[in-house]
Design a protein around this ligand. Sequence first.
Ligand SMILES: Nc1ncnc2c1ncn2[C@@H]1O[C@H](COP(=O)(O)OP(=O)(O)OP(=O)(O)O)[C@@H](O)[C@H]1O
Ligand SMILES: Nc1nc2c(c(=O)[nH]1)N=C(CO)CN2
Length: 889
Amino acid sequence: MTTAFGTGVTGPDGHQLDQIQLSGVSARGYHGVLPSERQTGQEFRADVVLYMDARPAAAGDDLARTVSYADVAADVHDILKGDPADLIETVAERIAAAVLARPQIEAVDVRVHKPHAPIPVPFADVEVAIRRDRTRVPVVAAPAALHGLEPAADAVPAELEPQDFEPVARPVAEEPEPFRPEPYEPYQPVEQSAPVAQPAVEEPEPLPVPELIAPEPLGVIPAAWELQAEAPAQPEQRENLAKEPVFQQGEQFQPEEQFQRGEPFQPQEQFEPEEQFQPQEQFQQGEAFQPQEQFQPQEQFTPQEQFTPETAFEPVQQYESLQGLDQRPGIDQRNSFDQQLQQFEPQQYDQAQYDQPQQGFEQQPFEQQRRDAQPNQYDQMFEQQYDQGDMETTRVSAAVPDPAVGQPEPAFAQEQFAQEQYPQEQQYQAEPRDRFDEVPAGYVEVVVAIGANLGDPQATMRSAVAELDRVPGVQITDVSPLARTAAVGGPEDQPDYLNAVLLARTTLSARALLQACLEVENLHGRTREERWGARTLDVDLITYGTLTDSAEDIEIPHPRAHERAFVLEPWSQIAPEAVLPGLGGGPVGQLAATAPDRTGIRWLALDWLTDPEPEQGSGGPTVSNQPAVADDGQDGRSAEMPPALPPSLPPSGRPKASPGGPVVEVPGGGQPQAHHSGPVDLDGPPQQDPYAGGTHPQAYSSGPVQGPGGSVPIPHQAQAAPVAPPAGVPGTGSPVPPPEEALVPAPPAPIAPRAVRDTAHEEPAHEPLPPGSPAPAKPVFAPVNPSRQQSGVFPPMNGAPQEPSSPVFAPVGPPPNGASDADRNGQSNGHSGGHSNGQLNGLRDAYDNDHTVIRVPGYATEQSLPPSDGPIDSVPSWVPVRDERGRDA
Ligand SMILES: Nc1ncnc2c1ncn2[C@@H]1O[C@H](COP(=O)(O)OP(=O)(O)OP(=O)(O)O)[C@@H](O)[C@H]1O
Ligand SMILES: Nc1nc2c(c(=O)[nH]1)N=C(CO)CN2
């Protein structure tokens, strides 16, 4: 019998019972069979329908005669986030038990959703729905601590642990038949209904009763309904239950018994044990699955063959020609590489091509991966790395001062990098170790996430964008808005992160690309002391085409991308239709909207690449290759890293660089720099190339960003003198031009979006940075993803700023309970705050005044606030979080 969720239940008096419906209770839970699910957790949601007679309570207006839905919600929440279970069935059962512990409740429907279940195809949700009542009682115990009343007499005792479970025995006669299949009628040949006899050959043989002998070494495995007298099913038993037939050795097959037990109908014809069902033999002899024979890698995928002159891309020749180009003075080598790359027909990465198992790396069916339930190699690697107390840093290169905080930037070792990536003799002859080494025939679209919360995160990330784009064979095609996000995982009291996502295309193999990402991390002094610790720069490879695979050193897609709003939200801003492949994947917008850390996203800023170079403070920049050290007793940040963002605060401690308040200098012809939703032209030649005459061999610069206002340079970090690349970082030794010289000095145009001006001059209460602090960068904040906005908010301006035609988001209100930001963080951020603007909450500071900050569509406060007719508020859209780290409080 199937029961539709929420459909009526008849009460003892024959009438339909009343209902209390509770839906969408959610929590981060750790249920699941995969180690990563147990470790990282994910969102679970539950809906509950309580069936009861509401009249007694209503008659007396008496809460005691009903149940408090708040108590039920608390129970559900506790169960969702409580003891991990393998199955959401178990979670649902626990909820049912908790509800039925209340004697007023006659029946309950429970639905448990696991919207980010590790399912390797796009999907919207997975759920289980159960109905339990006083006769069909739950089969697991309710948790010990309930928020409601005393357990009902016939409920499973709350003190039972799940492992003590014995399904509640009830006489079979009392139990409604769960499944009554039609009596099996063997096929009757036509002659029974037709007078004309059919030829004998067409008559079916009488079906013998098969004598199924359980294959060795199966033991006796009780069916679920037999468990009441048995010990609880242990995990391995459950696994066997799922995998193997439930036959006792030597037992004769009794189809009738099966039907009585409600087993799925198994027609006799299916069982021809001698011929068709010999699982042991099949698996032992490997006849059914012999990938070595079936797949001939030379035919399936032969890199050498793919790179024929007819194909779009000829890497070796390409490289040679680049070598020549490289020697010509005045030619931007990286640009020439990528310019030529653009001529090639895109050859999208095709997962299907790789889904053919190839010699050397066997395909493991997803189900088998699940059953193995081994921590994946990536997780194991982490555990190995971080479980060691005296863990060495895993940097492959020597420490490099972080140019983002003012140290000389090492020359990016382009040539040597290219040689390492493209050794001419070996690149295409070497047998790839696995598919991560496969070099694509054309470019593959990839997604890269960057983040930082030490040093000067914004400047570092700007550098990183340019550096990644400079990697031969990598071309950045779009850059997301910059998100300020609460740190997820790792030590408490980390500074907030800045995060962004880059879309790129590459002709590198996945492994080579990841290596390049790690090199860029290393250029910025990345160290690894503890898992998810604060870092100067993190560069993660999120996707590589549609590749889904893992190896010891690499996993694609990034195994935690699907649950990270700090990746998904910026990504969805520039690619709203994007779909994350792989386990737990799906449409990034949807994933972002339900990601557990979504409330940790404070705001998004648009022009973070294009705003002027941060000035360096008189005290000079600081370098920190160490994680934040709580030397001030406040937020765990070293006093010498003022640009790092304190945890859970709106940007603070960043005085206006311009005394004019929110006037934003926008290079590139005076256009306001709305988010460049189109491709980022990081390759194109500067408009005025100071090295055009060949005076500088590496005048590639970080290139301009093509924005609505024209080319805007991505500033590079200033440096006083070229330095040799660090050991382990490939380099040419060539001097790197002073980046500011390589950039087009665009006339600054004082532009401030109307919305900024409306609010920014009001009580710019903030305290100046301590003497010697570097001046902050001044990102221009503008609407997130123009496609999501109502039009006209930040139109291009010629001359006078235009009024926004319509509001985008309502002002952000004060936090609940009047709690100040500092209150919530248990610290003071060193500014007095305090604004008289009624919309504001006293948390604005200079940063706020400088930037228009928008809220993230779909996040908490937007949903709870009505649209406003006013301009965009300049208050950051940080929102109260369940706790400050994006986790459930
Ligand atoms: N897709 C990937 N992106 C980035 N690193 C990866 C990827 N797959 C494997 N790795 C490896 O993971 C290792 C650990 O990476 P890192 O220390 O940056 O982790 P993290 O950023 O702190 O945590 P997380 O992986 O959860 O983002 C790196 O050495 C890298 O080689
Ligand atoms: N907000 C935020 N939290 C994180 C981040 C990050 O980039 N942003 N990266 C991590 C490890 O990659 C761990 N936690």
